[in-house]
Design a protein around this ligand. Structure first.
Ligand SMILES: Cc1ncc(C[n+]2csc(CCOP(=O)(O)OP(=O)(O)O)c2C)c(N)n1
Ligand code: SF4
Ligand SMILES: [Mg+2]
Length: 315
């Protein structure tokens, strides 16, 4: 067994959950291998890592790895991740979602997790289709492409995941593909070391549900397509507008280190605790002082006017 295979086996729950359910040629397994290598290279222990997934073929990945894992409900993986990160900011939280999971049913959670900049690493396995449930179109199925529910071609426009993440406020945004395993290792590694909401779009061929309906002869043809149409984002930016048609930029689109929500929250908590402590100390000090005896004031009636009694006294 090669060294890299041994490494991957070390992180798999091989006694419990195998054989896996992925089709031959599915890109999802490539992402899982990359994730394991990246976590290993980051020097993280299994106990420090939490992998959370939704439902779908992509959702199954959390089940196979020997980290702290939750296989949650469709479209809600980010809500579990948010709770876990806020409760224990020390954990490294990784969320695996399908395109349907992240952008269709879970779209609102995605934009708000990015806006909040919660310290979570979200990886979207974009196969442009609902793989698990029989190939219905998703919100990333390209216009005019075929699916089980768009037999005459998709009429709607698709979301661009990178644009959405950039517009929503994520700290780190990258795109990679199942053809680019080294780039995938690299961007996951960068995300794991970056604070805040880090989003990676991973193009993952699904020949079974998408490729066959869209004139790809086999899974290999889909990988060849990813090879030929992708370009490093910096080179892409230098291209003339007219030459960008049909080219998909890959790489890191944004990297900044704005403080994550949990860090800002910890700052507010510390301030409130300090104020509370100061108040308690002041109250204690006031209690310890002996009370000053008050001198009685002359009785001048309710509004300070002379009373009948005062007038009588003067007479
Ligand atoms: C609330 C809810 N709605 C719908 C489903 C059915 N369902 C399960 S997986 C899935 C789509 C999966 O597509 P995607 O998220 O892209 O993952 P993939 O299988 O392609 O990896 C759907 C609609 C569900 N399980 N729960
Ligand atoms: S149906 Fe598609 S996404 Fe699901 S395992 Fe097969 S190739 Fe992968
Ligand atoms: Mg999908």
């Amino acid at each position: 067994m090669s060294e890299v295979t041994q490494l991957i086996h070390h992180y798999l729950r091989h006694n419990k959950k195998f054989p896996h359910m992925l089709c031959a040629g599915c890109g999802h397994g490539i992402l899982l291998g990359s994730l394991i290598r990246s976590v290993h290279n980051a020097g993280l222990s299994k106990d420090e890592v939490v992998v959370i997934s939704g439902i779908g073929c992509s959702g199954r990945l959390a089940v196979y790895v020997d980290f702290n894992t939750i296989h949650t409900t469709h479209g809600r993986a980010l809500t579990f991740a948010t709770g876990i990160k806020m409760a224990n900011p020390e954990l490294v939280v990784i969320v695996l979602m399908g395109d349907g999971d992240a952008l269709s049913i879970g779209g609102n959670h995605l934009i708000h997790a990015a806006r909040r900049n919660i310290g979570v690493n979200a990886i979207i396995l974009n196969n442009e289709i609902y793989g698990m449930t029989g190939g219905q179109c998703s919100s990333t199925t390209p216009q005019d492409c075929f699916s089980m529910t768009t037999p005459f071609g998709q009429l709607e426009k698709s979301f661009d995941i990178v644009d959405m993440a950039l517009a929503s406020g994520a700290n780190f945004v990258a795109r990679t593909t199942a053809f680019h395993a080294q780039l995938t290792d690299e961007v996951i590694g960068q995300a794991l070391a970056n604070p805040g909401f880090n989003l990676i779009e991973f193009f993952s061929p699904c020949h079974t549900q998408y490729g066959r309906k869209n004139k790809y002869k086999n899974a290999i043809a889909m990988y060849q397509d990813l090879k030929s149409k992708t370009m490093d984002v910096d080179k892409y930016k230098a291209l003339e507008e007219s030459k960008r048609e049909g080219v998909m930029p890959i790489g890191v689109f944004l990297k900044r280190d704005d403080p994550a929500l949990e860090t800002r929250y910890a700052g507010v908590r510390a301030k409130l605790q300090e104020a509370k402590q100061k108040k308690a100390e002041a109250a204690k000090a006031a209690q310890a002082k002996p009370a000053k005896a008050k001198e009685p004031k002359p009785d001048k009636g309710a509004k300070g006017k002379e009373t009948k009694q005062d007038k009588g006294d003067k007479a």
